[in-house]
Design a protein around this ligand. Structure first.
Ligand code: NIG
Ligand code: FE
Length: 411
């Protein structure tokens, strides 16, 4: 039977504390109702006002007063990778710097060696527990980058593994091609040729295979310069792919302004971004993706310019940046806590950062990220009644259940 033959039966979540989009009045706490049909939200209101005829034909889920938010969105991860870099962490604790370790052949290249040695099955198997851990925090959409392959085959394999993860679990996977993450060791004597390869061969092949939803790059003294990033972004533009940028993480390289100049969906990290960069992002509608896990693990002291983002009206997202080098973090709730305690975000900003702003950072505002009629019924139902509880706990298991496209599951 096809969907057309099957009249879909609505599902209603009743007695909920609904997190309404900014500026929209929510029903009284513990009294909200959310109606979904065919995987989409169709109505929100007060449980007491539900028509008896609708209740009679619907499946009813009593939330018992629980907080219901949109399914959370982790909009920046390197979830697909192999191996770990605990040894480098230990060396950093003993005084070595991230740049020194990278110069000695560790850092990103250590993960590249591990990924090149792994087949697609091994990449999927390594990433699945991380994905399950994110889902256990109510995450229903995860962005995943390539960038630890740095040759065509390994980059394609990473992205294919990401797509497969989205088929193996009830979660939406959004991919970004990050061929411009680092110049691989074997090509350091001709970096221009590597960039040409990314632009002329890797990116078109990845796009033709339908494996990239966006194109990312790492603008940094230890990675790529502005001209190189421009070449990659120009190629993305020719292929009709949106761009995003690892920008101003370790130094102010003008990354925020460069991302804005290309109308990037997001600029990410941004610890060293200045006032002009924030203003340019506001004008371009580029989202600031804050990654407190990397800030914390690298013991960075310079904080992203949150005040300037507020003043200019730059939407702020919060993500795990889950990666083996600088942020081995698989809890988006913990990232929210760090965004609050380390960067000074409010509870409302943290919630917005993993829902509405994160959806925008992926170009998916029309689809996900808010409890609104027309959006997909991706929900997180919490053993909590106030949004502050999601930000306040350190490593608690707060999720009651998750709903993906109208279907409930418990990860
Ligand atoms: O987002 N900034 C660049 N890329 C990753 C870390 C890369 C690594 O060390 O593996 C990040 O922090
Ligand atoms: Fe990253």
């Amino acid at each position: 039977m096809t969907d057309i033959d099957t009249p879909s039966r609505p599902t209603i979540w009743t007695n909920a504390t609904l997190l309404a989009p900014a500026g929209v009045a929510a029903p009284a706490p513990g009294r909200g109702a959310l109606v979904a049909e065919a995987g989409r939200i169709v109505a929100l209101g007060d449980t007491a006002d539900l028509p008896a005829t609708l209740l009679a034909r619907a499946e009813v889920v009593d939330c018992g007063g629980r907080l219901v938010t949109p399914g959370l969105i982790d909009c920046h991860t390197h979830l697909v990778h192999a191996g770990d870099r605990a040894d480098e962490f230990e060396r950093r604790l003993a005084g070595a710097s991230y740049a020194e370790i990278a110069a000695a052949g560790g850092g990103i290249m250590a993960s590249v060696r591990a990924v090149r040695a792994a087949d697609e099955d091994a990449l999927v198997a390594a990433a699945l527990p991380r994905l399950d851990r994110l889902a256990a925090d109510g995450v229903t959409t995860v962005e995943m980058k390539s960038g630890y392959g740095l040759d065509l085959d390994a980059e394609l394999r990473m992205l294919a593994a990401a797509r497969r993860l989205g088929r193996e679990r009830p979660v939406r996977v959004v991919t970004s091609f990050l061929g411009a993450h680092a110049v691989p060791a074997e090509r350091r004597d001709d970096r221009a040729a590597y960039v040409r390869d990314v632009v002329e061969r890797m990116l078109p092949a990845v796009a033709a295979a339908g494996l990239a939803d966006a194109v990312d790059a790492f603008l940094e003294t230890v990675a790529f310069d502005e001209a190189e990033v421009r070449a990659v972004f120009d190629a993305a533009r020719r292929l009709g792919l949106p761009v995003k940028l690892h920008a101003d993480q370790l130094s102010d390289g003008g990354g925020a302004a460069l991302a804005a100049a290309y109308g990037a969906l997001s600029a990410d990290h941004l610890e060293y971004t200045g006032e002009a960069g924030a203003a340019a992002m506001a004008k371009a509608g580029t989202v600031a993706v804050l990654l407190p896990g990397a800030y914390y693990l690298l013991r960075e002291t310079r904080r992203p310019p949150v005040e300037a983002f507020r003043r200019h009206g730059v939407p702020m997202a919060v993500a795990t940046d889950c990666n083996p080098g600088t942020s081995p973090l698989t809890s988006l709730l913990f990232a929210m806590n760090m965004a609050a305690t380390l960067f000074g975000l409010t509870v409302a900003e943290c919630l917005d950062g993993v829902t509405t702003a994160a959806a925008r950072a992926l170009g998916l505002s029309a689809e996900i990220g808010a409890l609104e009629p027309g959006k997909r019924a991706d929900l997180a139902i919490w053993n909590a009644t106030r949004p502050a509880e999601l930000v306040y706990h350190l490593g608690a298991d707060l999720l009651h259940s998750r709903v993906f496209g109208g279907r409930a599951d418990r990860p």
